[in-house]
Design a protein around this ligand. Structure first.
Ligand code: AMP
Length: 213
């Protein structure tokens, strides 16, 4: 696979971005910036900003304002070693975030990047999100619904608070509306790669590596 300073992973919830990011990170040493995870961590911190984020993610089920997300993304990049290749998982999700990220990438001298869009039907997304679990203690996700306990710490596996049918519907709706223009903009720039996310984890990973070769 060719080397990229950054990879931007896009796709609706459940399209496998996170799973594929972890596979690529393990094999090629990428750091993963997972937007949802950074926001959930801030929400769990109990800070006043965290309380606001918690209400947006778990109460309203909406996107967190671009300004807040931008600051957390900047903090993440400032905390990792300069030069480490990064996968942006679910950032940007809006056109404003696309412009924010362009500014951030420039600040870090990152010009060599590609955007991967994982396609998935809404029906398959709903099925996957309803069966996905995360560890109650260490928050590690699992994409294998047959697992009985967390592989990392042995903790209990639970459904994420926002993975309920109504909340999933709402998230899928804004996901299509907000992220499609971002996908279109990256296509126009000539940096977009499309991968079929409906296949098995191994098949998707093979297609991903082939298209980044
Ligand atoms: P995810 O883990 O990707 O399903 O994201 C969980 C939640 O975090 C989403 O439903 C949003 O409320 C929020 N979120 C994730 N990514 C972003 C983003 N790029 N911009 C704003 N909010 C986000």
């Amino acid at each position: 696979m060719k080397h990229y300073d950054a990879l931007i992973f896009m796709g609706i919830q459940g399209s496998g971005k996170g799973t594929q990011a972890r596979l690529l990170a393990d094999e090629f040493g990428y750091s993963i910036l997972e937007a949802g995870k950074i926001l959930r961590e801030e929400a769990a911190s109990g800070s006043s900003l965290g309380k606001k984020i918690d209400e947006i993610i778990h109460g309203k089920g909406e996107l967190v304002p671009d300004e807040i997300t931008k600051e957390l993304v900047k903090n993440f990049l400032n905390d990792i070693q300069e030069g480490t290749p990064v996968i942006f998982d679910a950032y940007p999700r809006t056109l404003v975030q696309l412009h924010d990220l362009e500014e951030i990438l420039k600040e870090h001298n990152i010009a060599n990047y590609r955007v991967v869009y994982f396609t998935l039907t809404d029906d398959e997304a709903m099925k996957r999100l309803l069966s996905r679990r995360e560890c109650e203690s260490c928050k590690a996700p699992t994409s294998d619904s047959a697992e009985e306990a967390c592989k990392k710490c042995g903790g209990t596996l639970v459904r994420r608070k926002d993975d309920e049918p109504e909340k999933i519907q709402k998230r899928l709706a804004w996901s299509h509306k907000e992220t499609q223009p971002v996908v279109d903009a990256y296509e126009e720039k000539g940096v977009l790669i499309v991968v079929d996310g409906n296949e098995s984890i191994d098949q998707v990973y093979e297609e991903l590596k082939q298209k980044l070769a």
